[in-house]
Design a protein around this ligand. Sequence first.
Ligand code: PLP
Length: 408
Amino acid sequence: VFPASVVPLAPEDPLFGLMAAYRADDFKEKVDLGIGAYRDDDAKPWVLPVVKRAQEILRNDPALNHEYLPIAGLAPFTSAAARLILGSDSPALKEGRTTSIQTISGTGAVHLGGLFLSKFYPRPASQPVYFSNPTWANHNQIFSNVHLPIKTYPYFSPSTRGLDFDGMISALESAPEGSIILLHACAHNPTGVDPTREQWKEIAKVVRARNHFPFFDCAYQGFASGDLGNDAWAVRYFISEGFELCIAQSFAKNFGLYGQRAGCFHFVTSPSADARETVKRIASQLAILQRSEISNPPAYGARIASLILNDEKLFAEWEDNLRTMSGRIIDMRRALRGKLEEMGTPGSWKHITEQIGMFSFTGLSEKQVAKIREDAHVYMTKNGRISMAGLNTHNIDYFAKAVDKVVR
Ligand code: PLP
């Protein structure tokens, strides 16, 4: 028999633990800056108006049923997802050098990609996958689960609260040739720090020179700058340079479809005479892996996203909704920096507006994070990361004052 009593207690997921502590707190002015989900100016979840419209269309579709989707998912969804990230005029799409498979949101895409690479990427067993330091905490767990060793490259500079570009470049230069390099396509989580276009070009040069394999994690397209093309720039640049790469794409944040788990994994080969054959073989292997893991992906969120992505008018409305979300977050960045500077809060707060996307690495120490929670009932992860979406016109003064107090 299985001696079930040998199973040790796993540590609590730090983020979900934080959420539980927030919920249990009955202080009226408590502030939740932990959760990575968009909130409106009243701190409420926001169902995008365009998503409501798509739901209405689905509700009235007499042909809709609950049959299984194909193993690779809803074809109009995956092809539109590929056009969205690669650009509809992408040479890779025109040349048939891509394959796309629907996944359980971005997490599932990262996992499927990791599993695929662990099986097929030719590398010495000890050769690690490289992540930014820091990265989304789940990257570590996902890649450990598929038995790929992990190393990190420097990314965040605590002194500038910006990119440690030199550290990143030299680590990529000294990584063993042909390493898998995980890159955040935009709105880096947890730091909010993205390379500039010039820096991306330098990163691409090193990746090329060292024959590394780029794995893009794209969880915030359109959510970062409000411009879908702008947020996909790095991925498209690498493809225009002829790289072979893969992409994990999430529709959780940009459609507000968190719980519906709509996502996609894309593999793009470099230009070659047999590229079409190569992606066909890759697609066949991805389908086998998918079959054993989830059989078929979930339908509802993909149907909603597909309706919007494939209809010009709905698409335009979606872009408008994206600008609402990203615009509110950018406004909150400006307001927070403005208030801290106005109060003369010690230190520089430039980074608040220079960082982008859902998160900001405030630079608050672990001690300060504990103190602000104790004194002001403000909840954030202990690395000093705040979700900008948790700030709004009603709590920003309160939060700025709490920060001011804790850093003095
Ligand atoms: N990758 C990064 C960097 C993220 O920040 C997230 C979400 O927080 C994801 C992937 C995946 O999220 P989901 O599985 O909800 O799409």
